[in-house]
Design a protein around this ligand. Structure first.
Ligand SMILES: [Zn+2]
Length: 147
């Protein structure tokens, strides 16, 4: 299999990422399936006393949390696999520069380079700060740190 690609990586590197991501996809799909069954079982469990209820609610919440976490991750994994097929794997979606191999080894579904990621995180914290200031008109923070 060959990738007609702009990707900065050689085919054999892409194949490694592809098989790793496919494995991850498989594991996540199974975990999601398990969580779905667990949630259904907890929802279907018949009348119970109050102590049972709160215990059930806690495990239901835990099941929901892991379910939605895995769903989010699965979406990213699927998108990364699509980027491999499209020959866009390893290219930053923001600046179109290469995403470092180390970053992709740590986060194979990363779709932006570390610089753009840091910038967007910085942007987010500035947005949060601005929202906070908007709701707290009494707070005075030197404008220089907002830029
Ligand atoms: Zn970038």
């Amino acid at each position: 299999m060959s990738f007609t690609s702009h990707s900065p990586f050689a085919d054999n590197v892409l194949l490694l990422f592809q098989s790793g991501l496919q494995e991850e996809q498989h594991v996540l799909a199974q975990a999601i399936d398990r969580a779905q069954k667990e949630i259904r079982a907890l929802t279907d469990s018949g009348p119970s006393d109050v102590a049972d209820d709160s215990r059930d609610n806690a495990s239901k919440e835990a099941a929901f949390a892991s379910y939605s976490q895995n769903r989010t991750r699965l979406r990213k994994v699927v998108l990364a696999l699509q980027r491999i097929s499209a020959g866009e794997f390893g290219i930053c979606a923001v600046c179109e520069g290469p995403i470092g191999l180390k970053r992709l080894q740590a986060i194979p579904w990363a779709n932006n380079c570390i610089e753009c990621q840091e910038q967007s995180e910085q942007g987010e914290s500035i947005e949060r700060l601005k929202r906070f200031l908007a709701t707290e008109p009494g707070v005075c923070i030197p404008l220089t740190i907002i830029r």
